[in-house]
Design a protein around this ligand. Structure first.
Ligand SMILES: O=C(CO)[C@@H](O)[C@H](O)[C@H](O)[C@H](O)COP(=O)(O)O
Ligand SMILES: [Zn+2]
Length: 191
């Protein structure tokens, strides 16, 4: 790892590339979809592995609790957080099918899956997206450049134009903080 200043420079370049990529239209579509689902009482399920599992929990924390506004709770669930479910299903069947099983449990037509994968190729995330589509849910994907195998399974692709996992995750953080603010503004009636 080079010095901190170099890492910050790499990070700034990553965010500059994301800005130039201009996902405004795709983000607006994602906000419309999520607002329609949450406004109708349908859940948004969020999944990912490793840092993206932490991101899924971060997003649920913002939307079940609060981001910047006092308002009612929204129906947002981070998958992979229930130790008994995770260990039972992964031990008895497969880790690959865990998120799909949780989507089957909590999803339904009109609900949303927010699938997070920097590679776009994690098998359990792909299986979750396939299950969501089978159930008539909308799939929004947060990925790295191009979206990998998740791209064709996504109704809305939010891809950070990088192949460096930490920089992609830093781009995801900006995208989902923006999404949380826009969702809260719309559902709380301010914008
Ligand atoms: O946070 C990091 C790397 O920055 C890692 O924990 C990373 O999330 C894990 O290796 C994941 O398993 C990567 O999966 P994915 O993003 O390719 O779906
Ligand atoms: Zn990380």
């Amino acid at each position: 790892m080079a010095g901190l200043q170099d890492y910050l420079e790499t990070s700034i370049e990553g965010l500059a590339a994301l800005k130039a990529h201009d996902l405004s239209g795709a983000v607006d579509r994602a906000v419309d979809i999520i607002v329609a689902a949450l406004g109708a009482g349908k859940p948004m399920l969020v999944c990912g592995n490793g840092g993206s599992a932490a991101d899924a929990q971060h997003i649920a924390g913002e939307l079940v609790g609060r981001f910047l506004r006092e308002r009612k709770a929204y129906n947002v669930i981070a998958l992979g957080t229930d130790t008994a479910v995770v260990t039972a299903w992964s031990n008895d069947y497969s880790y690959e099918s865990l998120f799909a099983r949780q989507v089957e449990a909590h999803g339904s037509q009109g609900a949303v899956l927010l699938a997070i994968s920097t590679s776009g190729n994690s098998k359990n995330v792909l299986a979750a997206a396939e299950m969501a589509r089978q159930l008539g849910m909308t799939v929004i994907a947060l990925t790295g450049e191009g979206g990998g195998k998740l791209m064709p399974l996504a109704d809305v692709l939010l891809d950070v134009p990088s192949r460096f996992t930490p920089v992609i995750q830093q781009g995801h953080l900006c995208l989902y903080h923006y999404l949380c603010g826009a969702i809260e503004d719309r559902l709380a009636g301010a914008a």
